[in-house]
Design a binder for this molecule. Sequence first.
Ligand code: PSV
Ligand code: MN
Ligand code: MN
Length: 392
Amino acid sequence: MTANASGKAAVKAALRAQRIETPSWAYGNSGTRFKVFAQEGVPRNPYEKIDDAALVHQLTGVAPSIALHIPWDKVDDYADLAAYARDKGISIGAINPNVFQEDDYKLGSVCNPDPAVRAKALDHLLECVDIMDATGSTILSLWFADGLNYPGQDSLRARQDRLAEALAATYQRLGDGQRMLLEYKLFEPAFYATDIPDWGTSYAHCVELGDKAQVLVDTGHHAPGTNIEFIVAFLLRQGKLGGFHFNSRFYADDDLMVGAADPFQLFRIMHEIVQAGALDASANVAFMLDQCHNIEPKVPAMIRSVMNVQEATAKALLVDSDALAKAQANGDVLEANAILMDAYNTDVRPLLAEVREEMGIDPDPLAAYRRSGHAERVREERKGGQAAGWGA
Ligand code: PSV
Ligand code: MN
Ligand code: MN
């Protein structure tokens, strides 16, 4: 482990500089197709979601932006929403278009066989770039529910052509300093074939598009057993890892709190990030959460999630890279593995508590949240909280 004082200072500096984006939809009511359990004190509009995200940032110090989902977060004046966020000490992060919730999209959005539906979907994507302009957002985060339920339902290949056409038109509209991240997902809602089912499909489209298009890895979107850190390492090598949607899963796209199901996997992912120097803001990898808190209170769940990412990151930063490189070069399998596991098995909570104290925040963000009285206050103030957007 990095034992010396300068090593520890560098680890702490990296932890202080880390940025984790929280999603607006995780502050709203959510559930499954079986039931949405409404919670008390849930935000009634995008402004109140910003209030909650700002509180998460205030208590953790490392969550200074909120992702929006349009039209779940539709407002009349996006510049005003961004100004409100700024006043609260955060900024607007990724803009997530929604081309999956209208009846027109039954057979897909940008891959739909009907040109009129494709044009409508593209209009919405372009509108979302307008929203980026108005809010100062730099990321268009694209996920398409497009796919097929039955073999023969549509041409797999023609759908790729339609997809490429819409992506190219959207790409053209991006301004300087803006980029698009293309998310893949193995299945759901489509059960037979998804039009962007895996990182390879996303990667190929991004390469065709150019530098402003990169792959987004949602940790819940793979087949069981997939080695996600391999994908991360590969994409980093190609300069095509745009960012993450962190969450955890036991079975499918469970959207549980990141680090809850498999903290070791999260550590392995962060190890690849750290080894590639991609934790640094200059690497432009967006660390975003994409979760639903169906049964747990939302703000403390978000705080816990941010802390889980911090813990995995701290452990990854503690890997003794020089010793690891030496063991690897010597072909010392057991030693190399032991070096990695030493870092993983370190209790980094005292280190993170120190980092927080040095940042001037409470070393225990969850205790600080409980003391803040926020839960009691919003329970009184906010009646009839907003659904996150789907399943309600
Ligand atoms: C799809 O499952 C997804 O991961 C996409 O990122 C959506 O925008 C998001 O979930 C909604 O929670
Ligand atoms: Mn996602
Ligand atoms: Mn998902």
